[in-house]
Design a protein around this ligand. Structure first.
Ligand SMILES: Nc1nc2c(ncn2[C@@H]2O[C@H](COP(=O)(O)OP(=O)(O)OP(=O)(O)O)[C@@H](O)[C@H]2O)c(=O)[nH]1
Length: 627
């Protein structure tokens, strides 16, 4: 019979910091983080069993469907220790859910900074993966105490003994320190909750100092405006005060403050160590940025908390509506999405091939896919996206510096140097596939930084790779070359000078902007021939001969030709059947509407779409990578 919890222990604003435990769960994708979180909600009785649904915390439909967590959330759960000498002691657990994907590393790091402890969750049938490691390193950088946990012990394929050894080897300590649970059946979870209270330290802060709270997430809600998630470090934030964002100095009226348990519960204040939400009535998450420090405007703190970074797009792509009349709808949809996504950047652009659209900046490829999917699904837009590219820094011979986010902005003047972003990638693979992984990384211009054996059959490889080489199909290639066993994680690591060139594709002498690409010199030929050959197949013959050329500046590196025909739609209409003739002419006119003119050449839009949408269409490096 568990002791009755102490009700005073759970009053927001008045919770003794010594009772608080702020923690997060870090795990590789699919290792069961959401399922374990669900079980904790159930055991701490913050969710009515009748309202329990799978992945309670993943609110967005796409998140639930794809089974990935995009936005972090925080839940307050009272818990009374059940076993051992401290049984009966009540604590307030704040579980901060972290996004699991590499594109959101900065959000993960902010969520971790709001915690004192982390549960390192590992699937007992899979073992340690690249994201387990990457997140563990981030947690250690933030000085978090780690509790190693093996999940899915109910699975027949689980090998908890083997992986407990591996985990102990990785983080130090004994294999017995690993807690074994099943998020599915609930086995071991009450013990884990007890251990959270025992092992994690309570937050420390100065109660009477000017208030400082860190924003670790902010989401846009249609009814309430921006909801900002904060962790109070020092002082107290009380309802009805005016708050100040320290990065911008902007002051906002505080309309509501409270905790999430697991729905919003309005309160009077949040004190040292507490985690909760703020509502100020701002309508745009960019005014409430992750990593920023919130203080009280009447008694502001002087020093913000460290670690604030502006979100910076890493990958750019053009988004165009297939039907040109959808352009205003696309603009409205992007405006709406931006309210909830401070990292999304876009500006209008025009393409001769694709018409009016937007150049959009994303944190990474998954971010791009999620936005494109939301635009199609939630806003019913049919879109075509151009091959993604990274941001280049180009220095001309005159010494000017140009930032290129779109190949069409590549300077035509003489170029002295080009710099491209690079990442530090960690690949974890079984021993048998080390050769295949190395071959792939070398083909993508990678340089090996180091290699470690985590256990007899699991190897960690660290590479520096150009970001441009991994944003296309690197992950797919890695998976297929290792039968799905390898995992990947990466983080930005500055830039490097490279031998890059811009390849243009010309149709009858006119460049087609949608196909221009910045590629490595050694891969330019491959890119040129691939695209030229593809367009040659896709573009119908015209009344004159059409050369398709790939060129670097004025130097042609590849050529294909579309031979001429004389297309006479009326040739089949012998006799004077005027209605039939008119019908055919009408039909031809219809067809023309979807044609784009590139110089004198008529190209069906489908040809552009087909050439862009196949995976090797945009990846100049792919062929090169296979050599
Ligand atoms: N057998 C078994 N399956 C589990 C257990 N925990 C999770 N799963 C299953 O593993 C899959 C992934 O679980 P999630 O909880 O969605 O994983 P996650 O780590 O939250 O995934 P992301 O949010 O994408 O990182 C789901 O199909 C779960 O049903 C467990 O303890 N036992």
């Amino acid at each position: 019979m568990p002791p009755t919890p102490d009700p005073g222990a759970n009053t927001p604003g008045a919770t003794d910091p010594a009772r608080i435990r702020n923690f997060c769960i870090i795990a590789h994708i699919d290792h069961g983080k959401s399922t374990l979180a669900d079980r904790m909600l159930q055991l701490t009785e913050v969710v009515d069993p009748r309202q329990m649904r799978a992945q309670y915390l993943d609110r967005m439909d796409i998140e639930r469907e794809r089974g990935i967590t995009i936005k972090s959330q925080a839940v307050r759960m009272p818990w009374t220790i059940r076993e051992g000498d401290r049984a009966g002691e009540t604590a307030v657990l704040n579980m901060i859910d972290t996004p699991g994907h590499v594109d959101f590393t900065y959000e993960v790091s902010r969520s971790l900074a709001a915690c004192e402890g982390a549960i390192l969750l590992v699937d007992a049938a899979q073992g340690i993966e690249a994201q387990t490691l990457a997140n563990l390193y981030l947690a250690l950088e933030n000085d978090l105490h780690i509790i190693p946990v093996l999940n899915k012990i109910d699975l027949p394929a689980a090998q908890p003994d083997k992986f407990a050894e591996e985990l102990a080897h990785l983080i130090g300590g004994q294999p017995e320190d690993c807690i074994r649970v099943s998020g599915k059946t609930g086995e071991g979870v009450p013990h884990l909750l007890d251990e959270i209270v025992r092992q994690f330290v309570p937050p420390v802060g100065v109660a009477d100092a000017p208030a400082r709270a860190m924003i670790f997430d902010s989401v846009y809600d249609v009814y309430r405006g921006v909801v900002t998630y904060i962790r109070v470090i020092d002082g107290k934030i009380e309802a009805r005060e005016r708050i100040k964002m320290m990065s911008t100095g902007a002051v906002h009226e505080l309309l509501e403050i409270g905790v999430i348990s697991p729905e919003m519960v309005k309160g009077g204040a949040l004190g040292v160590g507490e985690v909760g939400y703020l509502i100020t009535g701002v309508k745009d998450v960019r005014q409430s940025r992750v990593g920023d420090t919130v203080t009280i405007s009447s008694r502001p703190a002087t020093e913000p908390l460290g670690g604030y970074k502006d979100p910076k797009p890493m990958v750019y792509s053009g988004l165009y509506p297939i039907d040109g009349s959808d352009y205003p709808a696309l603009r409205d949809a992007l405006d709406k999405l931006k309210l909830n996504d401070a990292a999304l950047a876009y500006e209008p652009e025009t393409s001769a091939a694709l018409g009016f659209g937007f150049r959009c900046g994303f944190l990474g490829l998954l971010h791009l896919e999620i936005i494109a999917e939301r635009l199609e699904r939630e806003f019913n837009l049919d879109l075509i996206s151009t091959a993604p590219n990274v941001v280049y820094r180009v220095v001309t011979e005159e010494g000017d510096e140009v930032t290129v986010t779109n190949p069409s902005e590549y300077p035509t003047r003489k170029i002295a140097e080009v710099y491209e972003p690079v990442v530090r990638a960690t690949v974890l693979t079984p021993n048998d596939y080390v050769g295949a992984v190395m071959e792939l990384c070398q083909g993508r211009r990678g340089s090996l930084l180091g290699m470690d054996y985590l256990s007899a059959d699991r190897v960690e490889l660290r590479y520096t790779l150009p970001l441009a080489e991994i944003i296309f199909d690197f992950f797919d290639q890695l998976k297929s070359r290792t039968k799905g066993y390898a995992s990947l994680d990466y983080e930005p690591s500055g830039e490097q000078r490279s031998d890059l060139v811009k390849v243009d594709i010309l149709l009858h002498g006119e460049p087609v902007d949608a196909f221009s690409a910045i590629v490595h010199k050694d891969k330019a030929y491959n890119y040129g021939t691939t695209i030229a050959a593809k367009l040659q197949k896709l573009i119908p013959r015209q009344q004159f001969e059409v050369p398709i050329q790939a060129a670097i500046g004025s130097r042609v590196i590849a050529r294909e030709t579309i031979r001429a025909i004389r297309k006479d739609v009326l040739s089949k209409c012998y006799g004077g059947d005027i209605t039939r003739k008119r019908k055919l002419l009408e039909k031809q006119k219809e067809g023309k509407k979807r044609m784009k003119m590139v110089g004198r050449v008529e190209v069906p839009q489908e040809a552009f779409i087909a050439a862009l949408s196949t995976s090797d269409g945009g990846d100049g490096g792919k062929g090169g990578g296979k050599k």
